[in-house]
Ligand binder design. Structure first.
Ligand code: ADP
Length: 409
């Protein structure tokens, strides 16, 4: 058994999973929420047991990690903290320096800190998580796995913006892309489901959750993706605007008297998307229900969302010179037959057709293509934590082997 703890640290939350990577089994998972606020709580679930929720003060991330480790021991998931052999951290932005997961050492931590400019909201809590775990679990390898890494294979022709090139040289302003572990995981699963080597496949992976992105994958590599310098670009999302004319930013600032931070971090990131359009909710369940009852702006929000997804599928199919499969994943992609069906409607030009009966599933792997479709449509529940655990094990094991051989040498 090889126990890997996967940590995803947000500014006020910490999600975790303990995975036995030898059998790829989740032993426990949970969440510490409202860190540093009132009403903080640990929600913990061991495999095959009821979820437990413990409301208690959690002042900071150190306290949160301590709580998680205590819960893992107290609920009998592990005998002691020493049973955890490696920790894998989800890190949002790895810039251009990190093309795969890495063992965290001082220079790596410095490299992640350098990327704070690119992800000021996400990288600082990720770094805190790494520092706290390193302190509380001395000697246990800590591995950083980046959301951006999978997309580092995207060619310049897709990652350089139409801006003065010096801005890229000076500030590394370019497309990076996110949800890398998810796009990579579903691409690998698609190859297994289709019984073909990944190297021979051209895929479009649609990660449609609250945050949403689409990736063109050829031969197992990311070739284009809809998110950009930050996760704001691309699709219309739950609360993010996606692609807009950049001139709009200056206009809103002037007309509404807002600062750049207020426009970008608040208005465009948190108040836009289907929430902003509908004026109702960022949750697609609420929108689908309201739309079915005739709510005009909920209907409009869904139409706009679906339209944008179709536009990206068309663009990426053109870029890949046709595709072998279209994949739906994440909260909405896995759970909404109606959204999948509407996205795939009138796509027979591409060879895509969905069977309504096969499409009537939620949260499970399925080929939902209609008979005669020349392009497969697949639903694949994502598993970012498993991808992080696999990469963590790979890196931690090679580190331990090299430590042993150095010891012998
Ligand atoms: P996040 O980006 O926060 O990880 P998720 O991948 O968990 O998001 O997706 C959350 C979104 O998925 C919800 O906001 C909701 O809109 C959508 N969703 C989840 N279940 C369903 C469902 N049964 N029908 C429609 N939408 C759903």
């Amino acid at each position: 058994m090889v126990f890997v703890l996967v940590i995803n640290c947000g500014s006020s939350s910490l999600k975790y999973q303990l995975i036995d990577i030898s059998g790829e089994k989740v032993l426990a998972k949970g969440l510490v929420e409202r860190i540093g606020m009132s009403g903080s709580a640990l929600i913990h679930q061991s495999a095959g047991r009821e979820k437990i929720s413990m409301e208690q003060p959690v002042a900071d991330h150190q306290k949160a990690v301590e709580l998680v480790l205590t819960a893992l021991v107290d609920t009998g998931v592990v005998d002691s903290m020493q049973a955890i052999q490696a920790v894998g951290h989800r890190v949002v932005h790895g810039g251009e320096g990190f093309t795969q997961g890495v063992l965290v050492k001082d220079d790596v931590l410095a490299g992640i800190k350098k990327c704070i400019d690119l992800a000021p909201l996400h990288n600082p809590p990720n770094i805190t998580g790494i520092e706290v775990c390193a302190q509380l679990m001395p000697g246990v390898p800590q591995v950083a796995v980046f959301d951006t890494a999978f997309h580092q294979t995207i060619p310049q022709s897709s990652y350089i913006y139409g801006l003065p090139y010096e801005l890229y040289e000076k500030y590394r302003i370019r497309r990076y892309g996110f949800h890398g572990a998810s796009h990579q995981y579903v691409a690998q699963r698609a190859a297994a489901m289709l019984g073909k080597p990944l190297e021979q496949l051209r895929l479009i992976t649609c990660h449609l959750g609250n945050g949403a992105s689409i990736t063109a994958v050829a031969a197992g590599q990311s070739r284009a993706t809809s998110m950009g310098l930050t996760p704001l670009e691309g699709l219309v999302m739950g609360t993010r605007c996606g692609d807009v004319d950049p001139a709009i930013v200056a206009l809103i600032m002037e007309k509404e008297g807002l600062t750049p931070d207020q426009v970008v971090n608040d208005l465009l990131n948190k108040k836009s998307g289907v929430l902003g359009i509908s004026g109702l909710s960022s949750d697609f369940r609420d929108l689908e229900q309201a739309a079915s009852q005739g709510h005009p702006r909920a209907q409009l929000a869904l139409e706009i969302f679906i339209n944008r997804v179709k536009e990206y599928i068309g663009a990426y199919a053109a870029l890949l010179n046709g595709i072998d499969a279209l994949i739906f994943t994440a909260g909405l992609g896995e759970n909404s037959p109606s959204i999948r069906q509407q996205i795939c409607r009138n796509m027979d030009y591409l060879g895509l057709a969905v069977d309504n009966t096969k499409n009537d599933i939620r949260g499970q792997e399925a080929d939902i293509s209609a008979t005669g479709a020349t392009v497969r449509t697949l639903v694949i529940p994502t598993n970012e934590e498993l991808m992080i655990a696999r990469e963590t094990e790979k890196i931690a094991v090679s580190y331990q082997l090299s430590a042993v051989s150095k010891g012998r040498g």
